[in-house]
Write a protein that binds this ligand. Structure first.
Ligand code: HEC
Ligand code: HEC
Ligand SMILES: [Ca+2]
Ligand SMILES: [Ca+2]
Ligand SMILES: [Ca+2]
Length: 473
């Protein structure tokens, strides 16, 4: 183990105690020496596009360095992202066409303040930010999940009058107890999902459900501009360097380009581009047809859905659609904070020494982008954009293109510390099951099991620094 920076006394203590701990740990411990502290503590997470603003709207600002003439497009995109769509035909003809079935009336209903949704709770049982993706065994014509023959690819729990909603999200919880090595106990809560009140009968035993929560959507265009070769180079599917961490790319169907492409977006890197993600959201989540997905999302057999009128062909036209895509691509990453704080600095070392950076890659470089401000930026997203097997605890047993039932894309950690301030909750992971940042870490298994065990071995004080560090990002 090399020498930590002399100025960081607390971190040095942590390194020493990690090295002396008796846990059976892999070669990952000590890899922190290879992750420069300067990268872990960088504040310009989105490169030159970073915005140093900490308020309720910190996820909702345009990238810095965006030329003025593009700001108008951003504003139009914002309004179609934020304002509710209405049932057609309506006098507001450029905002009608909601449904026939849907989950929410606007992008912003789920990505609240361009941030992160909370799963349904006793206090907010009808909050829309959690989706159930549905399928049965096999693949569709493009290698994606095969939709359920009756309920389709997603459970739409709302509908326009005269059309039945498909059902409701049913969740029950199971307690999963555990303890840190120092004896401090904790209880995780494992959700179990079903379709409650299914409108078209029992979906049957072949139904596969993948719960997904709406994430923060800052920095999307930057992630899109990371060269494919960078992502490919980080993949290590057969774990050649024998560090216990593989990392695979997902290859998905790009509907816009009509070809297979590298998956980057969604919790399983199941979508190639922001454009496709936006079209998918308009279609599946809001019931708005678009230039990319011109047909209503009505499975065969749902007669009322199929028979309902459209409000335009498509309901969102090229120019407006493009502006929503643009808006979503250029949302600025807020600057990190508290980089001089002793706790935060100590926590950065813990993060590196526990092996977190093996997947949560601190630094990437963007290549070309059609949006000049996003090109050639050094960014700190804390993701490798790769799939990792996180073990049975987090598995949904629903493959998504190349992703298995237990593989997930490394979640970007930029912006994570502002979720509590902007969205008023601390629910993390792909379905929001974790009730705190620490619970999210404790759910890690599979390829991340060594990292989790390193965290179990920390003292209470070290755990606090790790969380303080993540809250500064
Ligand atoms: C019903 C809730 C809901 C609505 C409405 C919604 N989203 Fe999402 N959004 C999600 C969920 C859930 C995911 C994760 C999807 C997955 O993993 O497949 C997501 C993912 C995304 C992502 C990718 C984020 C990432 O880090 O990979 C983008 C971009 C996005 N949404 C944009 C939009 C836009 C634009 C709209 C409106 C047209 C919209 N969303 C409407 C729930 C929603
Ligand atoms: C083997 C790769 C890997 C390692 C190592 C790893 N993670 Fe993760 N991390 C992931 C993946 C994949 C997810 C998404 C899992 C999910 O949502 O089910 C994730 C999710 C998270 C989240 C939740 C983010 C969100 O937006 O919900 C946090 C926080 C986190 N990791 C922190 C850490 C910390 C701290 C460490 C080190 C102790 C660590 N991770 C080590 C792959 C990894
Ligand atoms: Ca419609
Ligand atoms: Ca459906
Ligand atoms: Ca490896």
């Amino acid at each position: 183990m090399g020498r930590p920076l002399a100025t960081i006394v607390a971190a040095a203590t942590i390194v020493a105690s990690l090295a002396g701990c008796s846990n059976d740990r892999s070669s990952r411990a000590g890899q922190g020496d290879r992750v420069p502290l300067a990268e872990l503590l960088a504040t310009d997470l989105g490169g030159e596009t970073t915005r140093a603003v900490v308020n309720q709207n910190a996820f909702g600002l345009p990238a810095k360095a965006l030329p003025g003439d593009l700001r108008a497009d951003f504003e139009v995109g914002d309004s179609f992202f934020t304002q509710p769509w209405v049932i057609g035909p309506a006098s507001t003809t450029n905002r009608d066409g909601l449904g026939p079935t849907f989950n929410a009336t606007a992008c912003a209903s789920c990505h609240v303040l361009d941030g992160r949704a909370e799963p349904p709770t006793d206090e907010h049982p009808d909050t829309p930010g959690l989706l159930l993706r549905l399928s049965v065994a096999g693949a569709d014509a493009n290698g994606g999940p095969a939709p359920h023959p009756v309920y389709g690819g997603q459970l739409q729990d709302r509908s326009i009058p005269g059309v039945p909603a498909e059902g409701r999200i049913g969740i029950t919880y199971e307690d999963v107890p555990g303890a840190f090595d120092d004896g401090t106990e904790f209880t995780l809560r494992k959700p179990i999902y079903r379709i409650a009140d299914p409108a078209f009968g029992d979906p049957g035993p072949d139904l596969r459900i993948s719960p997904r929560i709406a994430p923060v959507i800052v920095g999307m265009g930057l992630l899109e501009a990371v060269p494919e070769a960078t992502v490919q180079a980080a993949a290590d599917p057969s774990d050649r360097d024998r560090d216990g961490i593989s990392g695979r790319i997902n290859t998905v169907w790009d509907e816009n380009e009509q070809r297979r492409a590298l998956g980057r977006f969604g919790w399983k890197a199941n979508v190639a581009t922001v454009r496709q993600q936006t079209a998918g959201a308009f279609s599946g989540d809001i019931g708005i047809t678009s230039p990319v997905l011109p047909d209503a999302d009505c499975p065969a057999g749902q007669a009322a859905c199929l028979g309902a009128p459209n409000s335009g062909n498509p309901e969102i036209g090229d120019s407006t659609f493009d502006k929503v895509v643009f808006y979503t691509r250029v949302l600025a990453v807020p600057a990190a904070r508290d980089e001089g704080d002793t706790k935060v600095r100590a926590g950065a070392k813990v993060f590196a020494d526990a092996g977190c950076a093996s997947c949560h890659t601190p630094t990437l470089r963007t290549g070309d982008s059609d949006i000049a401000a996003l090109a050639n930026q050094t960014i700190h997203p804390f993701t490798d954009l790769l799939l990792h097997d996180l073990g049975p605890g987090l598995a949904d047993d629903r493959p998504d293109f190349e992703a298995s039932g237990s593989e997930w894309r490394t979640a970007p950690l930029w912006g994570i510390g502002l979720v509590s301030k902007i969205n008023g909750h601390t629910r993390f992971l792909h379905d929001g099951r974790a009730r705190s940042i620490m619970e999210a870490i404790l759910w890690h298994g599979g390829e991340a099991d060594n990292a989790r065990r390193n965290v179990l071995a920390l003292t209470a004080e070290q755990r606090e620094t790790l969380v303080a560090y993540l809250e500064s990002r």
